[in-house]
Design a protein around this ligand. Structure first.
Ligand SMILES: CC(C)(COP(=O)(O)OP(=O)(O)OC[C@H]1O[C@@H](n2cnc3c(N)ncnc32)[C@H](O)[C@@H]1OP(=O)(O)O)[C@@H](O)C(=O)NCCC(=O)NCCS
Length: 376
């Protein structure tokens, strides 16, 4: 049957770039107003004064300098502090969601690179962290939009949504269930952020990345990468949460309570997750009789620059260059499942036949997904 290849990738970047400066300015104005409104409670010890956010802190602690948003005004509007509906969002919620439009835009680019038409695809997955709509299935709508045959479904695994989605598609191709698969990680995350929370108001951006997979023997792509091997891992952790869900329909007065939005114990995540990532990659290398020197590049999850530097330093024994472990989170912020594949899309064109690289996602739940890819 031959191996499975990634024959095309495509990124949809939302139209609104929002800088740290813009976010910090609105947060600080909001905090000042809040402190003035709650001066008595603060004085009596019933409330804690909000401290200002800072651009240097965000850049140093995370490496994030900006992010793209589907709607860029609401979160920096001091009277709102939350994104508005994007222009792409339908008036009638059953009409095509913005998240599907993001997926479609990324899919068109990936199909073009793979030299395929939508009708040649017979498996479509949207794999993402959060959902604009539960039913009808967003992947089925995307399948219909591109004219794909076969079957489609939605799935999710937080920051490993893309790698777990790709792995699911590989299994379907290898078993003969499908011939050509499209996996799209469309991350529309800015609605789940709490822009009144200094610890996390800078973390996420929106973005979609699409991947076309097919058999090596059938591809027409001139830029294909074979997936040589893969490894997935999960271990339950509640340290990264978005708890919004059907519960909010049962307790509707809770619906806009920020406690259901993104929350994390960032330090604990840092401490607990990284050793697991390093163990998994080292185990992978041992099993495949590889060393880190065999790899031209590591396309890592993009949540925090210090995490990426820490992981690659442990693995490579030195601080990585942009060439060895590219960073895109400075421009895109944390895009959950999409991050490592956005890095792959943007930093793969210089690979020559036989060059090897490692794609590795890690994050919420906890989840880790690791693939070795080889340029055909
Ligand atoms: C979230 C993260 C960037 C925070 O960085 P950190 O160095 O751990 O920062 P801390 O939360 O410990 O805060 C350090 C100090 O800065 C302060 N601080 C927090 N947010 C701030 C802000 N926006 N501006 C200024 N200061 C801030 C804190 O109050 C704290 O002050 P204190 O020491 O007086 O208590 C970092 O922990 C992280 O990214 N971890 C990985 C998480 C991850 O990958 N998650 C995956 C999500 S999918």
């Amino acid at each position: 049957m031959g191996g499975v290849v990634i024959s095309g990738t495509g990124v949809f970047t939302p139209p609104n770039a929002v800088s740290n400066e813009q976010l910090v300015e609105s947060y600080n104005a909001y905090a000042e107003n809040w402190n003035a409104d709650n001066a008595e409670a603060i004085a009596s010890g019933d409330a804690v004064e909000k401290q200002p956010s800072s651009v240097p802190f965000i850049e140093k602690a995370s490496g994030i300098k900006s992010r793209y948003m589907m709607e860029g005004k609401g979160a920096i509007d001091v009277s709102r502090m939350h994104p508005n509906l994007s222009e792409e969002a339908p008036e009638n919620p059953v009409d095509t969601p913005a998240q599907v439009k993001m997926a479609f835009a990324a899919a068109e680019k990936a199909l073009k690179e793979a030299k395929l038409k939508g009708e040649e695809i017979d498996m479509v997955i949207i794999s993402a962290s959060v959902w604009e709509r539960f039913l009808p299935s967003m992947a089925c709508e995307l399948q219909s939009m591109i004219g794909a045959k076969g079957f489609a479904f939605d799935m999710g695994m937080a920051c490993s949504s893309a790698t777990f989605g790709i792995s699911t598609a590989c299994d379907a191709l290898q078993s003969g269930m499908a011939n050509k698969a499209l996996v799209v990680t469309a991350e529309y995350l800015t609605p789940v952020m709490d822009y009144e929370d200094r610890d996390s108001h800078f973390i996420f951006g929106d973005c979609a990345v699409a991947i076309v997979l097919e058999r090596e023997t059938e591809t027409k792509s001139e830029t294909a990468f074979r997936i040589n091997d893969r490894k997935l891992f999960t271990e339950y952790s509640p340290n990264i949460q978005v708890t919004f869900g059907t519960r909010n329909l049962l307790v509707p007065e809770d619906i806009s309570d920020p406690k259901y939005r993104f929350k994390q114990n960032g330090r604990v995540v840092f401490r607990e997750l990284l050793p697991k990532v390093i163990d998994l990659v080292n185990g992978y290398l041992e099993k495949n009789e590889r060393t880190v020197e065999d790899y031209k590049r590591f396309w890592l999850h993009q949540a925090n620059i210090n995490m990426n530097i820490f992981a690659t330093k442990k693995l490579l024994g030195k601080e990585p260059s942009q060439d060895e472990a590219p960073i895109i989170l400075d421009e895109y912020a944390n895009t959950a499942g999409a991050g490592c594949l956005i890095a792959f899309d943007k930093y793969k064109s210089d690979f020559k036949t036989g060059d090897l690289g490692l794609i590795c996602s890690f994050g919420a739940s906890y989840s880790i997904g690791c693939f070795e890819v080889e340029r055909l």
